[in-house]
Design a protein around this ligand. Structure first.
Ligand SMILES: Cc1ncc(COP(=O)(O)O)c(C=O)c1O
Length: 341
């Protein structure tokens, strides 16, 4: 196992956010050309933003410190205060973002449920409320791809395209939490620009599977990104010589996308060792039901494997660039005695 993600010899499968920059990435950061990004003068940030916008086929992009900020700014550019956003009940936006849609944006959220959190277009459309002078009108929909609490599930591109078309016909907008869109892209071969073509805003993370230490990028039209820049400032998210961080992101884009296929294969190997059907693993996340997740996480740590609870009776394992095949094989062996069913 790479030293980076080891924790006293334990195999750390809690999240793909636990990676630390490799020596090559650190070199890229140290050598980055920088300037004051609040003046728009950091060439490395500007290059990163242009590169990510182009990858998704959009006009512009904004470097932000976190995926939460990317999502929250993104939805605020789409939905006015007192407007409504529809999303999955297990979406990161309504589960792990501190109530920010209401707290910062005055946005009302209403949620659907779906098996493995994979969207059903008719279900989503059936929830849309138009403005009849009485109801709260729906303004936008948010999807998550891949879906974290869905177990790394992929939103099928045909469904995304159908949803996008139907929403736009109704004058509604679509945001994507694309923290792990790279995993969906590698697993399906769907071009990033095809995913980008479905959505009005997408927030993508550099600090998950891609292995950068910090940062996300919000992608949209030039007009919306100008507005997003104002919202970023209001949240205190503007940074100065941020090129040091953007350089890590650029390095990650150049070197760490295609290798995500290894993480997916390692996740399938782990799933098999945990008694699951590997065909049910879309990307780099494995979830398993256990009688008591708190007890299981503790016992797993004692057995040398770190994982995370994902509800009272569910645990989550995430593969990443600090994890090699041998690690998942050893993790499977260490965990097998803890699995009673
Ligand atoms: C799907 C998803 N969206 C957004 C985020 C937020 O990213 P950050 O931790 O950079 O704020 C995460 C974090 O794990 C995530 O899994």
């Amino acid at each position: 196992m790479a030293d980076d993600s080891s924790d006293g010899g334990r195999i750390d499968l809690r999240s793909d956010t636990v990676t630390v920059p490799t020596p090559d990435m650190r070199r890229a950061m140290a050598n980055a050309e920088v300037g004051d990004d609040v003046y728009g003068e950091d060439p490395t940030v500007n290059a990163l933003e242009a590169e990510v916008a182009a990858l998704f086929g959009h006009q512009a992009a904004l470097f932000v410190p976190s995926g939460v900020m990317g999502n929250q700014i993104g939805i605020r550019t789409l939905v006015p205060p007192s407007g409504e956003l529809l999303c999955c009940s297990d979406a990161h936006i309504v589960t792990y973002e501190g109530g920010a849609p209401a707290g910062h944006g005055g946005i009302q959220t209403r949620t659907w449920t779906a098996r493995r959190c994979v969207i059903d277009v008719d279900t989503v459309l059936s929830m849309v409320r138009m403005d009849d002078g009485h109801t709260v009108p729906t303004t936008a929909v948010a999807v998550e791809n891949t879906h974290n609490r869905g177990g790394g599930s992929i939103q099928p591109i045909d469904r995304l395209q159908a949803l996008s078309t139907a929403l736009h016909e109704r004058g509604l907008l679509l945001h994507c939490d694309g923290a792990r869109i790279w995993n969906a892209h590698v697993a399906t071969g769907t071009p990033l620009a095809t995913y980008g073509g479905c959505v009005d805003t997408i927030s993508v993370c550099l600090s998950k599977g891609l292995g950068a230490p910090v940062g996300s990028v919000l992608v949209s039209t030039a007009e919306r990104i100008a507005l997003a820049r104002r919202y970023r400032q209001r949240l205190g998210g503007q940074m100065r010589q941020a090129g040091i961080l953007a350089a890590a992101g650029r390095f990650a884009l150049a070197h760490n996308i295609e290798r995500l296929a290894d993480d997916h294969e390692n996740a399938r190997v782990l799933a098999t060792a945990l008694g699951l059907d590997p065909a049910g693993v879309d990307t780099n996340i494995v979830v398993r039901d256990v009688p008591d997740s708190v007890a299981f996480v503790r016992q797993a740590a004692d057995a040398g494997v770190r994982c995370g609870g994902s509800g009272p009776t569910r645990v989550r394992f995430v593969t990443h660039l600090g994890i090699e095949r041998d690690d998942v094989v050893r993790a499977g062996r260490a965990l097998a005695p803890l699995l009673t069913d």
